[in-house]
Design a protein around this ligand. Sequence first.
Ligand SMILES: Cc1ncc(COP(=O)(O)O)c(C=O)c1O
Length: 362
Amino acid sequence: MLYLDYLASTPVLPNVLVEMDQAFKSCYANPSSTHSLGLTANEAVQAAKEYIADKIGAYPSEIIFTSGATEANNLSIKGLAFANQSKGRHIITSAIEHKCVLNICQFLETKGFTVTYLQPTNQGIITAEAVKNAITNDTILVSIMHVNNELGSISPVQEIGEVCYEHDILFHSDAAQSFCKLDIDVIDMNLAAMSVSAHKFGGPKGIGFAYIRDARTCEIEPVIHGAGQQLDIRGGTLPSPLITGLHKATEYFKFNHDELLTIRKDFLALLESKGIQFKLNCENSLVNVINIQFLDERVSNILSDSLDICVSKGSACSSREIKPSYVLTAIGLSIEEARRSFRLSFYDESLKILVRIISNDC
Ligand SMILES: Cc1ncc(COP(=O)(O)O)c(C=O)c1O
């Protein structure tokens, strides 16, 4: 089995599993309960909030746990849009956001909001200039992802944050693919909200968080109404063992840029040395992501047909669809080029095994 799909999901890190195992055994009480075991569970929740908040320059009270980035995007975008609609009803996002953001925006359009979907550059980047040009008097919210989940392209969120600051507009960023990989400072980036998911960096599935600026006082509509948990912003009993998993993954996950860059360069050099023709769809991506077209149809067929080579055609959520990726066509690829493109995401030397398989079989 060759796993090259770490952007879709990662295995839980071994030391995170150990910590979660202990948490499931000892932290099973409801963190809202006032007895000693409840207090122990609550301590684990508070420790996670403090650790995560410190990593992004936020306050612990601004971390709202969710089931993952999809829910954090729902809370951030719908929550801020509904609560601020008296100020305006225009939202700016991009045509290459994760499908869940696009669906949230389409839903908001049915509720009377208007949405501008910015087109990316041919490298999958949304520029601050494009955001600036799209602002109207009615704009209340900008939502632009940090790292694109298909290309690994990195948009200049700090510059976009500055534009939003100058125009007094709320700025949300989907950081599901950048948290723990790139530096994030919510103040420097002028973020009003941000979405993160634990299973993208060695944590368990089913947990993530939304950073919500000034969560205690800001105007935001809950998406999940509950029994008063998490400042009434997100209801539901807090899953403390999962939160410990998120906390420990944040602590233990290592993203070694230089090592990954070497693996990337070695892989591309090896392809060249074997005469395997390819074209990169994004040159300056996050270092452990390669979105690549193989020009020899036999190579594409190997990657498409093998169940034991885990790579992604387009994005994982839509890879079973026959349609070509909307992200790849948005950066100007033809349907044919999009169809022969693959996303390889890696943390180790497995890429070399891929070259061996491809060159043996062709
Ligand atoms: C950029 C981006 N946003 C949101 C999501 C959804 O995250 P989750 O699986 O935690 O709901 C993903 C993962 O597929 C993603 O890559």
